[in-house]
Design a protein around this ligand. Sequence first.
Ligand SMILES: C[S@@+](CC[C@H](N)C(=O)[O-])C[C@H]1O[C@@H](n2cnc3c(N)ncnc32)[C@H](O)[C@@H]1O
Length: 237
Amino acid sequence: MSANNKSQKSEICKSAESILGSEVYAENVDFWNRAWGPVKTAYTQMPDLPYLTLMMSELASKAPASVLDLGCGSGWLSILLARNGFEVTGVDVAEQAINLANDWAKQESHTINFQVKDMAQLEFAPSTFEACVANSIFEHFPIELTRTIFKQLKTIMAPNGVFIGCFDQVGTGPGEYYKLEDETHVYTDKGRKGMLLRCYSDEELVQIMTDSGFKITHKETFESGTRYIVAIQKSAS
Ligand SMILES: C[S@@+](CC[C@H](N)C(=O)[O-])C[C@H]1O[C@@H](n2cnc3c(N)ncnc32)[C@H](O)[C@@H]1O
């Protein structure tokens, strides 16, 4: 990397706008489109994750009228939510992921509002959602964008709406990458070129949610290192 390039890269993390307008971010979006592009058939198996029962019973107890699934991929969590009777909107930046999600929903005759959308630039009306779920997705954002997303969630979620996030421990495996100033890894190896990955500490997650007006009501770490966090949107009244 040239010295000039290096200083440009160190500028990126300064604000959400500088990240969103950067080549690094555009290459990250390209990565996700390349990753999903060749997948032609929806993989319709549910993953065996230890927190799914907890998540469904938490949502059942709150009975939200509408649930947002952030970074829904090919839609397994949205489908699971629809099977449990929830009205769901799923967003993902990769068009082919959303095509696959729509195929799967159609196969099961669910009506799910899947949209190709960048979750760092959510444009929904205030209080649109009474719940939001996010599985293995925030690890792909620099910290300034995660802060921005939570601020947007505060607005688009209804007061007392419930957020349920599952945050993986990442970034310790092999690979070629360089790091942005906030420790986000930018992968350069062929298979993952452009992908962003950042490991969040528990303290960072708690701080971001609290600063954005969410009250954490449950936090648990599973054997895999995944943090399962439930937080309630507390509007200033
Ligand atoms: C690790 S996968 C997780 C997918 C799904 N939540 C799951 O649990 O299987 C990350 C997903 O986030 C999507 N994604 C990455 N950046 C995004 C962005 N800026 N906005 C919306 N979706 C994004 C990717 O296309 C991919 O489907």
